[in-house]
Design a protein around this ligand. Structure first.
Ligand SMILES: [Zn+2]
Length: 339
């Protein structure tokens, strides 16, 4: 255990200021005639999403080979995903998974069928974890940089389109799973803005929403405890991570900061800081009736959160909010902006 209690973390002051401001606003609203009071915020929508892939530097720092074998999930990662799903369901929630298709070549896929059969949606995360904004075919994946003959003579658009299609096909043929949406490998600060070609490719393959945007935000310095400015900036970025519609009609359902790899892998955060950032972001979503799409990777979380504290905290926080919040699949967030 660590000696960091949430109370000792600096941004508690920030939260208190926000709370006091909220009390003042509520008192002012109480003095107004009923017709003048602001409408109650919409019910907050909270999603827990796990990307089913291996992550570099896990389970040990220096482990880089996963870059070439993103979909070759090890047993510990699959076990973590299954147990997290069980815990979420036990608490009335669900986990929305995004699967790298190459895991479907493994001899046993019962764990994945089990996740789907127990009500957890499984989305497409491409077959090889390809970079969908790539301009050259070899740029789409480390595997193709090492073995360029696999994509010889092909365009990036062709490789990406096929990689998305193969994951959909594989999930259906091997597991009988109909994909629940698409998440891009990697998150982009501007989502798919300006990339109508990629938006159209996804629409053409039957997707009506994508999860690709991850807004820029402060995360502090690696190995330095995050201060109030970091927590405040993570809250600020929540408003930039709300669903919207692209000109093509495709819907964006962004990821909300901070992700597990951003906190733990890049910045070496201790778990209490991660739990605090998530708790404050969900408080913000509940206060404002917004969405919060939590992103993590079981391959990272099994090292950083072996006792599933994050999943339990999110489910319990949403349960405490009563009818002001609910845990949903990402498709339901897309419904908010569907015309
Ligand atoms: Zn990924």
């Amino acid at each position: 255990m660590t000696d960091l209690s949430p109370r000792s973390i600096p941004s508690a002051q920030f939260s208190r200021r926000r709370w006091l401001a909220g009390v003042a606003a509520a008192s002012a609203a109480a003095c107004l005639p009923r017709a003048w009071a602001a409408p109650a915020p919409r019910k907050a929508q909270i999603a827990i999403t796990f990307d089913l892939e291996m992550s570099r530097h896990y389970p040990q720092r220096g482990m880089m080979e996963w870059d070439f074998r993103k979909g070759d999930l090890d047993q510990a990662t699959k076990d973590y995903a299954v147990e997290a799903a069980r815990i979420a369901k036990e608490r009335g929630g669900l986990i929305h998974f995004f699967c790298v298709g190459r895991v479907l070549e493994q001899p046993d896929v019962e764990w994945l069928k089990h996740l789907s059969a127990t009500g957890h949606p499984i989305g497409n995360h491409t077959y090889d974890h390809v970079y969908v904004l790539a301009k050259e075919a070899v740029e789409t994946q480390f595997r193709f940089q090492r073995a360029p003959w696999l994509v010889e003579g092909r365009t990036a658009a062709d490789v990406i389109s096929e990689n998305v299609k193969l994951a959909t096909l594989g999930l259906k043929e091997r597991c009988g799973i109909d994909v629940a949406g698409f998440r891009t490998p990697g998150g982009f600060a501007t989502g798919l803005d300006g990339r109508e070609d990629v938006q159209q490719m996804l629409l053409d393959q039957g997707f009506d929403w994508v999860s690709s945007k991850y807004p820029a935000h402060k995360a502090g310095e690696p190995m330095v405890d995050p201060g109030p400015d970091v927590f405040a900036d993570i809250i600020r970025a929540q408003a930039e991570a709300q669903p919207y519609v692209y000109p093509t009609g495709l819907i964006e359902v962004p990821m909300n900061p901070i992700s597990d790899v951003g906190a733990f892998r890049t910045n070496y955060w201790k778990r209490p800081f991660f739990l605090q950032a998530i708790r404050e972001a969900i408080d913000w979503a509940i206060e404002t009736g917004s969405t919060y799409d939590f992103l993590c990777h079981p391959s990272c979380m099994l090292v950083e959160d072996p006792d599933f504290e994050v999943v339990q905290q999110i489910c319990d926080q949403v349960a405490r909010a009563g009818d002001r919040a609910e845990i949903v699949a990402l498709g339901k967030m897309a419904d908010r902006v569907r015309t």
